[in-house]
Design a protein around this ligand. Structure first.
Ligand code: LLP
Length: 415
C-alpha cells in the first residue's frame, strides 16, 4: 500500500459493510424484498460496487445518483427514484432504465407522465404517502458513564410529519388515483412508499406507519389497482454514543412489519442508508495543537466541518477517541474538539473528556460512514479527503483519491 497521506482521511472496514448487509438479508428471510441502499448516505463508487455485489438495489435522489448507480452496475429494476423536486431530464433517464419512481406531488406526477411519453416507456410508480408519524419523540439513553443522554430525531431529518415538504397527504389520495387511471399508457401504479425520518431508534413507529400504509394499499386495491410493493423507507438509527445500549436491529425493524407485509402478500422495499454504512468508518485526523480560552480547552485538529459537518449542522454526537494519546501521565481534561475552519460552528465534538494530546497525535471520529464524506465540502479550500478501506485480509487499499488544489484550479481552465 502507498503511504497514507498526512491529511485527514476516511478509513472504512469492508468486512463490516458486508456484515451490515448480511444482517438485513437475514432479517428479511422469508419475505420477497429489495434492500434499496440510499446512495445519499455514501456515494463512493467502490462501496457502491461492493453493495451491489452483495445484492442491494439503490435509492436515488438525483439524476447523477442514478447515473452512478448504473455505473456501479446496479440492476435498474431494483432502483427507486425518490425526491420532491425531480427534474424532467432525470425522470426521462429513470423511465428509459425502468427504475421505480415515487410520486411526490401533483407536478411531479405531471413530469413523470411527460417523461414516460418522451422515453416511450410506461413507468412503475409508487405513491409517496406522508403518514404524519412523528419520529422525534425523545427518549433517555443510559450511556456507559451512567449519564443519561436524550436521543432525539433532529427536526432537519424528520420527514414524515404532516407539514413536511415530502409526499402526498391522505386527503389528496383520490386525486392521485384518478390521475394514474387517466394515464394508463404512461403510469403503472405498483405500490406505496413512506419514509419517516432518519436516526430513528424506536421501531414501534415503523409499525404505526406500516399499519397506515397497508390500509392505504387496501383502499388502492379496492379501486382495481394491482399494487404489490410496500416501501417503508429507511431511517434506522445507530448507537452514535457507543453507549452499549441495546438499540433496535434490522431484525427488530423487519419483525415489526413482517406479519403486515405477509398478510397482504406484498413485496417489501426498505431504503437503509445510515444503518448499512455509518458504523463502518472513522475520520482519521491529526492534532495540530491544544489551547485554552476563557473557561474552554480546545483540541485543534486538521479535520473540520468541511470534512464532517454533522455536529455543526445537527448538533450530532459522534464518538471521539485519541489513537495515539500523549504520555501516560498526560492530564485528562474536558475539551471541545475543533477544526481550523473560520467558523465558530466548526466543531467535531463538545465537552469531551480526553487525555491532553501531544502535537501530531491521531484522533478519530467514529461512525463516519454515512452523511459525512457525501456531505463534505471544500470550504476554506480544505479539499475533500481521500478514502481507504481495510480489506477482508487486513490489507488497506485506497478507494478514492483526495482532492487537490490542482483539482480546484482546473474549474477555471480555458475560461
Ligand atoms: N429514503 C428516503 C426517502 C430518505 O429521504 C432517506 C434519508 C433514506 C431513505 C435513508 O435514510 P437512513 O436509513 O440513512 O436514515 N444528513 C442527515 C441525514 C439525512 C437523511 C435524508 N434522507 C444526517 O447526517 O443525519
Amino acid at each position: 500500500m502507498e503511504s497514507v497521506e498526512r491529511r485527514p482521511f476516511y478509513l472504512y472496514s469492508k468486512p463490516q459493510i458486508t456484515r451490515n448487509v448480511e444482517a438485513y438479508k437475514d432479517a428479511l428471510e422469508g419475505l420477497s424484498s429489495i434492500i434499496g441502499y440510499a446512495i445519499k448516505a455514501n456515494n463512493n463508487l467502490k462501496i457502491l460496487e461492493h453493495l451491489r455485489g452483495l445484492g442491494c438495489g439503490a435509492v436515488l435522489v438525483s439524476g447523477n445518483e442514478l447515473r452512478l448507480a448504473l455505473r456501479a452496475g446496479f440492476d435498474p429494476t431494483r432502483c427507486i427514484f425518490n425526491g420532491n423536486g425531480k427534474l424532467l431530464d432525470d425522470l426521462v433517464l429513470a423511465a428509459q432504465e425502468g427504475v421505480f419512481v415515487n410520486v411526490d406531488s401533483e407536478f411531479d406526477l405531471e413530469n413523470i407522465v411527460a417523461a414516460a411519453r418522451i422515453a416511450g416507456k410506461k413507468v412503475n410508480v409508487l405513491l409517496r404517502i406522508n403518514p404524519d408519524v412523528d419520529p422525534s419523540v425523545p427518549f433517555k439513553l443510559q450511556n456507559l458513564d451512567y449519564k443519561f443522554v436524550d436521543i432525539y430525531v433532529h427536526p432537519y431529518v424528520a420527514t414524515g410529519n404532516k407539514n413536511s415538504k415530502f409526499g402526498i397527504r391522505n386527503e389528496k389520495l383520490q386525486w392521485f388515483l384518478d390521475a394514474v387511471k387517466a394515464h394508463p399508457n404512461e403510469l403503472k401504479l405498483v405500490g406505496a412508499h413512506c419514509h419517516l425520518g432518519s436516526t430513528i431508534t424506536k421501531v414501534d413507529i415503523f409499525r404505526d406507519a406500516a399499519v397506515l400504509m397497508v390500509n392505504y394499499i387496501d383502499e388502492i386495491r379496492s379501486q382495481g389497482f394491482e399494487v404489490d410493493y410496500l416501501n417503508i423507507g429507511g431511517g434506522l438509527g445507530i448507537d452514535y454514543y457507543h453507549s452499549g445500549a441495546i438499540l433496535p436491529t434490522p431484525r427488530d425493524l423487519i419483525d415489526t412489519v413482517r406479519e403486515l407485509v405477509l398478510s397482504r402478500d406484498l413485496n417489501l422495499i426498505i431504503e437503509p442508508g445510515r444503518s448499512l454504512i455509518a458504523n463502518t468508518c472513522c475520520l482519521v485526523n491529526r492534532v495540530t495543537g491544544v489551547k485554552t480560552n476563557g473557561t474552554k480547552n480546545f483540541v485543534v485538529i486538521d479535520g473540520s466541518m468541511a470534512e464532517l459537518i454533522r455536529p455543526s449542522l445537527y448538533d450530532a454526537y459522534q464518538h471521539i477517541e485519541l489513537v495515539s494519546p500523549a504520555s501516560p501521565d498526560a492530564e485528562v481534561s474536558t475539551f471541545d474538539v475543533v477544526g481550523p475552519v473560520c467558523e465558530s460552528a466548526d466543531f467535531l465534538g463538545k465537552d469531551r473528556e480526553l487525555s491532553t494530546p501531544s502535537k501530531g497525535a491521531g484522533l478519530v471520529v467514529h461512525d463516519a460512514g454515512a452523511y459525512c464524506m457525501s456531505m463534505a465540502s471544500t470550504y476554506n479550500l480544505k479539499m475533500r479527503p481521500p478514502e481507504y478501506w481495510v480489506e477482508e485480509d487486513g490489507s488497506v487499499s485506497k478507494i478514492r483519491h483526495g482532492e487537490t488544489f490542482e483539482d480546484h484550479i482546473r474549474f477555471f481552465e480555458g475560461l
